[in-house]
Design a binder for this molecule. Sequence first.
Ligand code: 7TS
Length: 413
Amino acid sequence: MRDAMIRNGFDVYAIREQFPVLDREVKGRRLVYLDNAATSQKPQSVIDALINYYSGYNANIHRGIHTLAEEATADFEKARDAVQLFVNAQTREQIIFTRGTTESINLVAYSWGRQKINAGDEIIISGMEHHSNIVPWQILCEEKKAKLKVVPVSNEGELLMDELEKLLTSRTKLVSIAHVSNALGTVNPVKQIIDKAHQAGAVVLVDGAQSTVHLDIDVQEMGCDFFAFSAHKLYGPTGVGILYGKKHLLESMPVFQGGGEMIKEVTFEKTTYNDLPYKFEAGTPNIADTIALRAAIDFMNKVGKEKAREHEHELLYYATEQLQRVPGLKIIGRAKEKTSLISFVVDNTHPQDIGILLDNQGIAVRTGHHCAQPLMRRFGIPGTVRASFAVYNTKEEIDELLAGLQKAVKMLV
Ligand code: 7TS
């Protein structure tokens, strides 16, 4: 088994050594961390980047002329360049740092949405959205008397594309859709969705919170108007998000928050605003964590997305096969295209009880509605148990999950 996970220059055990937390014990057992869709663990290089910043050149950026401020500013802006390359944005000005995917989506809803959405307009989302891609649009629609429409989900957990076509009208101003579902793992056909939405004259926001770590992201090829994601799901720190936008859209959008950095000149009579991207980055940003995001991108580039994906797919297929051996287990979400995530329920058990019994064996999974309550309602369940795999997970860990589950189910049923 060990040899099966080392090949083509990919060595999962060497990767694991870069993640100090994977060595710890939980409840007397070595940690098996399978909650990567919530947040991934961080490699030593990311932790070092944080320590180096705070111990070597902590300073506020863009303002100071002293050496520390110059060093911090240079590294902060290098992170922007790294993100630009990582998602293949046309220019660095189109990369805006936020606090997370949630804030990126809210920025678009507040700024673009308040300017462009009027009474009677329509916004389309899907039935598998995270609450972060539902609630900001609901707030906007309520305020503007616009209509929120939802693309339904099939029993397999795929979007019903024919229904999308029926929902698109000349009143559709925005389609905001998850690239990958956090609760099912479904990879949505975003390129097709974007083409159809553009034909109808709508703008498209892609929520890349779950896709960016697994798939190659090329925002130009994808053609999306906005793309939002979070550093903490990409082996980077919490508290940093990214919003990519097409330049003409970002330029025409009103400011989001007011404060320092986002201005050119302030008088009591009138304020003029800064250029992109600073126009949308009010106040002191999360300097340390943004700098450390670059280390996370370096880590992913070194591993190679293609190799990571191959490994994660192997884990997905292995886990899908192995988990069927648990009596009464039903996988929720059987899309043809999935990332390395399995959601499931087990007859006559509650997901939370399974989660607790797994934690007692050192196995970390997510249980509950995964901030996708409408999707859970669609499947008629209160929630699921979700095991999500990262580049450092192994087949041995899936074996431990299987054994842990069999034990838990025996105790509960
Ligand atoms: N969109 C999707 C598809 C997500 O999976 C998440 C977080 C968000 C948006 C919000 O990202 P944030 O970084 O701003 O919080 N998803 C999860 C999850 O599945 N479990 O915990 C957080």
